[in-house]
Design a protein around this ligand. Structure first.
Ligand code: 9MR
Length: 506
């Protein structure tokens, strides 16, 4: 059986097959290189997400939301004008959107939702290498341009994903090319054709996608971080251990070319999953970014890190807002943009408690971006549940399979309104009500100018930051401790000695 990888049929087919992990047995001889490589990557992504999600398996806490406090939790949503107000407040355009490809089903729903809710477009598959250079040396931007044209029709902005990825490569790649041909010919030709062809209005490009490994550790060099990935081209082809490239010149070359041909305001991003906090993989992504800057001389204020944010609604399945804020502020100090590029949140069962928890996490991520000076792109990966790469039952998007808004969509609208109204940043709702309870009355009508007075309360101890909670077994106090002094739901902060207090089960 041939597994179609061409974008017009590939995504749907993969979505159907993905949960069964049966890819390796159905790869035909004809498609084996391309299809198996891409599917192995998907499985790898899944495993990585499972690891990330599996750090802790607590039940979801009860959460307090803005939609409990005067913001709409039902009815028609139209946030177009609120997004304009958010941009005015931020002093820079805030790009909030989702994925689209012209072959997606239910065009009329897309026409509507990209006028009223999502105002920024990313092609889910149409700008990837297999779609844009199916024959070596022949650029084909048909689908990528069609997606951009869809964005333009509704006055929406467009971001590019992606110019280099080891997955969804055309059939002629990896191929029998030397490292020199790859770095000096293949990559610059492809990146130039795509970036030049899509024009200067593209807000940002994922110049390289998912180049950092999942088994990295603190202190690794940028090269070690990328070699740890174990995918082409640091191996001859996915699955083969023989190195093709032995340095990062393929990444530098992609960025140099992108910088030469992109618009003057287009940000150039390194994009990856399971990143955002103070962990080894995020440190690696920053190390690679610094290495790119040092080796290309691209100014930091043209660079960005894309945090994909494929999350799970369970404790440990996402980063805390304070962890994100800390990372974003590290990047802000460099002048680098932070972007949420592929947000989705899997829930086990789409019952009310889980959907409220999902809304709380979505709200926290959005607040982390809104209240950061250097975050102005927020992409939700797949606009509704039945179109999600994570499968319909994961209920991982903002809209259900009928296209109706879920609690998370209303909460997102509320967070945007809250920000646009100039209100203080809400506390970290995903910590649960034992840590973060939103109070106050919001009075607003979706789509019109908002006026609200949401306030926050937190059970944080004195001295530490508010609105955050340390996880079970995490530190919550002690001499010199400046982190969260509250603990996750079900745990309490207990002093072990003068230097160390820990969140232990209550
Ligand atoms: O959502 C995309 C799906 O339709 C494709 O089949 C899949 C192929 O690998 O890629 C999905 O998008 C990925 C994105 O391009 C990069 N980050 C991970 C996303 C989910 O797998």
């Amino acid at each position: 059986m041939i597994v179609p990888m061409a974008p017009k049929v590939g995504p749907a087919t993969e979505r159907e097959l993905r949960p069964h992990y049966g890819y390796f047995f159905i790869c035909s001889f004809h498609s084996i290189l391309r299809a198996c490589a891409a599917m192995s990557s998907l499985v790898a992504s899944f495993i990585a997400i499972a690891i990330f999600a599996g750090r802790v398996a607590n039940a979801q806490p009860a959460v307090s939301l803005l939609i409990d406090n005067g913001y709409p939790s039902s009815g028609t949503l139209n946030i177009a004008s609120v997004l304009t107000q958010v941009s005015a407040k931020k002093g820079q355009t805030f790009h909030f959107g989702s994925t689209y490809d012209t072959y997606d089903a239910d065009q009329s729903w897309f026409d509507s939702i990209f006028q009223t809710f999502f105002k920024h477009v990313v092609s889910e598959n149409g700008c990837k290498w297999d779609a844009t250079e199916p024959t070596q040396g022949t650029s084909d931007l048909t689908e990528c341009l069609a997606t951009q044209s869809f964005a333009t029709t509704y006055g929406n902005s467009f971001r590019g994903h992606n110019t280099f990825w080891h997955s969804q490569t055309p059939s002629w790649l990896p191929g029998s090319f030397s490292a020199s041909t790859l770095v000096n010919t293949i990559i610059p030709q492809h990146v130039q054709a795509e970036i030049q062809g899509m024009g200067s209005s593209v807000t940002s490009w994922d110049v390289v996608n998912e180049v950092v490994g999942d088994g990295v550790s603190n202190g690794m060099t940028a090269l070690q971080c990328v070699q740890n990935k174990g995918d082409w081209p640091t191996v001859t082809s996915d699955g083969s251990g023989t190195p093709l490239v032995t340095d990062l010149s393929f990444i530098y070359q992609a960025f140099k070319t992108a910088y030469t041909y992109a618009g003057a305001n287009t940000r150039l991003a390194i994009n990856d999953y399971n990143t955002g906090g103070q962990d080894a993989k995020t440190a690696c992504v920053i190390a690679v970014l610094e290495s790119i800057q040092a080796n290309t001389s691209i100014p930091y204020d043209r660079l960005a890190i894309g945090f994909q944010s494929h999350l799970t609604a369970s404790t440990g399945g996402f980063y805390t807002k304070s962890a994100l804020a800390s990372t974003f502020s590290t990047l802000a100090a460099l002048g680098v943009n932070a972007m949420i590029t592929e947000m989705d949140i899997e829930v086990n069962t789409d019952n009310t408690a889980n959907l409220r928890y999902q809304a709380a996490i979505w709200g926290d991520y959005l607040d982390a971006c809104l209240y950061a000076s250097n975050c102005n792109e927020f992409i939700n990966w797949d606009p509704r549940d039945d179109l999600s790469w994570r499968g319909t039952s994961a209920a991982a998007t903002l809209f259900d399979s009928n296209g109706n808004p879920k609690p998370a969509a209303y909460e997102v609208a509320a967070r945007l309104q809250n920000y646009a109204a100039g209100n203080a940043e809400p506390c970290a709702t995903s910590s649960g009500t034992s840590v973060c309870t939103i109070t106050g009355t919001g009075s607003t009508t979706t789509g019109s100018s908002s006026s609200t007075s949401s306030t926050k309360s937190s059970s944080s101890g004195s001295g530490g930051p508010t609105g955050c909670a340390s996880a079970e077994w995490g530190q919550c106090g002690g001499m010199g401790w400046t982190g969260c002094t509250s603990c996750a739901s079900g745990t309490t902060c207990q002093e072990q000695n003068a230097y160390y207090s820990q969140c232990l089960p209550s």
